[in-house]
Write a protein that binds this ligand. Structure first.
Ligand SMILES: Cc1ccc([C@@H]2N[C@@H](C)[C@@H](O)[C@H]2O)cc1
Length: 442
């Protein structure tokens, strides 16, 4: 092992109540909202297909023109309670909102910059309304914060000269001040979701990132931070120079999932963040440009994450007025419908320690020990062939919701056919299993 002064604060999975709640939550809502939400990927009549939150770059917009968007930011239709009730109905147990994305615009009134909500026609502390509404709805609030800041004069991607180093020292102080300010202004916040830490400037500041994690966790005991905050002594990120995770959960799965058979991911807590279109985090006016994931596709991702001991953070991008798209509202409603019947297989679930098979995903409820099959692929034989470890067999199988008991047919020493009534299955369903030890004699 390489000796590190600025590696992880601890090893393994945290077992304190705050982290256990994070783990039980399993399903969260990501929200990207900022000045980029106003143009929505269209500039001077031209539509740009790349991620809408990068429109400044894709359309080659000058900094002053882009920053001028703050004088148009007036989300009069924003209603925190409405947002929170949509998320509640969807079944999200936590939410993560962009307080400041790479553009540097702050959705809260910050003492440390004038590029914030206070200096817009809207003026009000939108973040407070948001945090209060979601907290009152019983949804844990996390805050996304981009270290990368296109607006701030002291931001540097790499530190080439002494001038750069001095500027970046000021930038580090600014960053720390803003983060402490967020924790002080919004005491309900459970954690911070860092982004924009891939540049050399940050890799050269592993010590600072370590001290920042210590400081923030002292300020807010139980605070949860993602793996993107940290760099180690040698500039390694997410995992240190020994391959050990830094931060409280691995957050490198962005718009992608691990291989469903990869059991190594179960060693740490981890989260996949996902867009509904192929690659739009901020609001984009035209979702027809790329594939839009449908509800069953998203439910499969949620099920896979739970089956491998990870969380699923599904992104929504409200427009500049604070309104979600019709597609997003429909998907939220449809996911919520499914969760009403099947959430026992998701909330409080974890890796079941069973082999992944083609019909779908196993999960296990850590409290009850209940084992579930979340089925996405019904074979044309209508027989689910279920393989368990040698010493285990299925004694009972019930469809969750309707409760119907399914016929079982033992096969070989450790396989069971679960027989499905032959009919059309148009959405994923959950089977609750009762397992029993195999009699040694057979
Ligand atoms: C190359 C690249 C940089 C930043 C991102 C940001 N991370 C996601 C979580 C979004 O915030 C996206 O804008 C995506 C791709």
């Amino acid at each position: 092992k390489i000796k590190l002064d600025y590696g992880p604060l601890y090893h393994g999975k945290r077992q304190d109540p705050a982290m256990k709640k994070w783990r039980e939550n399993r399903f969260g809502q990501f929200i990207h909202w900022g000045l980029y939400s106003i143009p929505g990927g269209v500039w001077e009549g031209k539509t740009y297909g790349y991620a809408a939150e990068f429109l400044k770059a894709s359309a080659g917009i000058s900094t002053e023109r882009w920053n001028g968007l703050k004088d148009e930011f007036n989300p009069t239709e924003f209603n925190g309670k409405e947002w929170a009730s949509m998320a509640k109905a969807m079944g999200a147990k936590y939410v993560c909102l962009t307080t400041k994305h790479h553009e540097g615009f702050c959705l809260w009134p910050s003492k440390y910059t004038e590029f914030d909500i206070e200096n817009t026609p809207y003026q009000k502390d939108l973040m407070k309304e948001f945090v209060d509404a979601y907290s009152e709805a019983g949804i844990d609030v996390y805050l996304y914060y981009s270290v990368l800041d296109w607006y701030h004069p002291d931001w540097r991607t790499k530190l080439k000269t002494m001038d750069d180093v001095e500027a970046f020292e000021r930038f580090k102080t600014f960053t720390q001040n803003q983060l402490v300010e967020l924790l002080e202004r919004y005491p309900q916040v459970k954690g911070l979701w860092f982004d924009g830490t891939w540049d050399q400037c940050w890799k050269d500041n592993g010590k600072f990132s370590y001290e920042l994690e210590v400081l923030l966790k002292e300020k807010r005991p139980g605070l949860i931070v993602n793996s993107r905050l940290r760099a180690d002594d040698f500039g390694k990120r997410h995992r240190d120079s020994n391959g050990d995770l830094m931060g409280d959960f691995e957050s490198g799965y962005e718009r992608r999932l691990p291989d469903p058979r990869d059991t190594s991911v179960t060693k740490n807590d981890w989260e996949c963040c996902m867009t509904i279109p192929e690659n739009q985090w901020g609001y984009h006016k035209d979702w027809t440009l790329t594939h839009q994931k449908n509800t069953n596709e998203l439910l499969e991702m949620l099920a896979q994450c739970s089956s491998q001991g990870g969380n699923f953070l599904l992104n929504f991008g409200p427009n500049g007025k604070g309104v979600f798209r019709a597609e997003e509202k429909r998907i939220a409603r449809e996911i919520g419908e499914w969760m009403k019947t099947n959430s026992a297989a998701i909330y409080g679930s974890d890796y079941a320690g069973l082999k992944k098979q083609d019909w779908g995903y196993f999960t296990k409820n850590t409290k009850s020990g209940e084992v579930y099959m979340i089925v996405f692929n019904v074979p044309i034989s209508y027989q689910l062939r279920v393989e368990l470890p040698k010493h285990q067999t299925i004694s009972k199988a019930n469809m969750v919701g309707i409760g119907q008991e399914l016929q079982l047919e033992k096969f070989d020493s450790n396989e069971t056919f679960v027989l499905l009534p032959p009919k059309s299955y148009t959405s994923p369903f959950v089977i609750r299993l009762e397992l029993k030890a195999n009699k040694k004699s057979q």
